[in-house]
Design a protein around this ligand. Structure first.
Ligand SMILES: Nc1ncnc2c1ncn2[C@@H]1O[C@H](COS(=O)(=O)NC(=O)[C@@H](N)CS)[C@@H](O)[C@H]1O
Length: 436
């Protein structure tokens, strides 16, 4: 994308309404704009990040047998009346009446809808397990939206729902999802630590939440630092084998990790001093096992092995896709701006032309840009160098390809790594090999 013709409105000054770094930087780097309290428009660069996160989430859901669907944002109230949550859910639910006076709602979550869709079609235990997920906008009328997309009212969530024939099978599914989450967050370039959690309005008695360490996190966290060193992408778990899943889960839960609500000083004292981590965490994912809470309430059964009707065992598994954009920035920024992990950055590199209008510089930059125009942001503006450098550091692309008149004459480009500040003098081919 050419910056001179893009809709990427960076701001010099810090917007007064933003209280935390990620909110400030998302506004200043031109990623979002607020349209109403807790509701945001995603501008081109911000939407690219959202899509990159969504793609990684999809791949890891598919890797454990998830099937992607897309359910509507608007739901009929009677679904929630069948489960008994219509009144219980409270003022967070946005209730809507259509022209025919029918009661609808803007879905805050989709347990009822997916259970109803499942029940219409799946008849036998032989068709289980089913893991169905979508990435869809949710609405929760938060009484105090704040911190930008971190606590919005309309937000993007991946929510998955599982159906199994037995408790044991449902526990295996829960553990597969645990592994998928650990791999997802690792690929996103952050470390989200799983901690035993409360189940709240979703229900059930087995739940973990995933927290990214950040000073602005809403939860107090205590955990064994060893958890941040484990490489889940190379962990040789056989997800089709219960014993292998059990070994993975036992190993994971052998490390101490608890939010302040669940913290136990006794167990904490067993963690070697050097490995104790304390701080604040941002919840970016939350998974639940809640058995037959919804299938029983909505009378959804399948024919069991002996043909008698059985209520499938369920779980639901959420990831805050839009919240993650803010959470990643909270974990990855410095005083100059955002430092995007390579996997989610809007663009792989920004090409900085230090002398727009100079024929040699322009030609050299066009040659670089032509290599991957969809992966590069080309700063072809006539602004002075200092302003371009400041914007490049603010927007946070992993690489900066800096082209000046001298280098262009010698066929050399200066490559800067945003995260470390490291600089390299390279030929076009060497630079492209490093960046793409
Ligand atoms: N107001 C909000 N703004 C942004 N993200 C949110 C908000 N509320 C929840 N989330 C994100 O959505 C994730 C899942 O939300 S949840 O309530 O914990 N779980 C569910 O709704 C279950 N139905 C999971 S399928 C949370 O971990 C959080 O990352």
């Amino acid at each position: 994308m050419r910056l001179s013709r893009s809709f990427l409105p960076t701001l010099r000054e810090t917007p007064s309404e933003a209280q935390i770094a990620s909110h400030r930087l998302m506004l200043r780097a031109g990623l979002i704009r607020q349209t109403a309290s807790g509701i945001y428009a995603w501008l081109p660069a911000g939407l690219r990040v959202l899509r990159h996160i969504g793609q990684i989430v999809r791949e890891e859901q598919d890797a454990i047998g998830g099937q992607e669907v897309l359910m509507p944002t608007l739901q009929p109230a009677e679904l929630w009346k069948r489960s008994g949550r219509y009144d219980a859910y409270g003022p967070e639910m946005l209730r809507i009446r259509d022209r025919h006076e029918r009661d609808l709602l803007y879905g805050p979550t989709n347990e009822e809808m997916i259970t109803d869709l499942f029940g219409q079609s799946i008849r036998s235990y032989k068709e289980l397990p089913q893991v169905l997920y979508h990435i869809q906008w949710k609405f929760r009328d938060e009484v105090r939206p704040r911190f930008g997309v971190m606590r919005g009212r309309e937000f993007l969530m991946k929510d998955a729902y599982s159906f199994d024939i037995s408790y044991e099978a449902a526990v295996d599914t829960y553990r597969r999802m645990m592994l998928a989450y650990l791999r997802t967050f690792q690929r996103l370039g952050v470390r989200a630590v799983p901690m035993v959690a409360d189940t709240g309005p979703i229900g059930g008695d087995l739940s973990h939440e995933f927290l990214i360490l950040a000073p602005t996190g809403e939860s107090g966290v205590f955990y064994d630092g060893e958890l941040e060193t484990l490489d889940w992408l190379s962990d040789p778990v056989d997800i089709s084998d219960s014993a292998s899943l059990d070994k993975f889960f036992s190993n994971l839960t052998s490390y101490y990790a608890a939010t302040d609500e669940k913290h136990e000083e006794g167990a904490w004292s067993q963690v070697p001093e050097s490995r104790r981590r304390e701080g604040r965490g941002i919840e970016v994912g939350h998974i639940f096992y809640f058995g037959t809470k919804y299938t029983r309430a909505m009378d959804i059964t399948v024919a069991g092995p002996d043909s008698t009707p059985v209520c499938p065992e369920m779980g639901s598994y959420g990831i805050g896709v839009s919240r993650l954009v803010g959470a990643i920035i909270e974990a990855c920024h410095d005083e100059a701006g955002i430092i995007w992990p390579d996997s989610v950055a809007p663009f792989k590199a920004v090409i900085i032309n230090l002398k727009t209008g100079d024929a040699t510089c322009d030609a050299f930059c066009e040659q670089l840009y032509a290599a991957a125009p969809e992966q590069f942001l080309y700063d072809d503006r006539t602004d002075r160098a200092g302003a371009k450098f400041a914007d490049a550091d603010l927007m946070g692309h992993p690489w900066q390809l800096i082209v000046g008149p001298r280098g262009a004459k010698e066929g050399k480009v200066e490559l800067k790594r945003r995260a470390t500040g490291e600089r390299f003098e390279l030929s076009v081919d060497e630079a492209l090999a490093k960046v793409l």
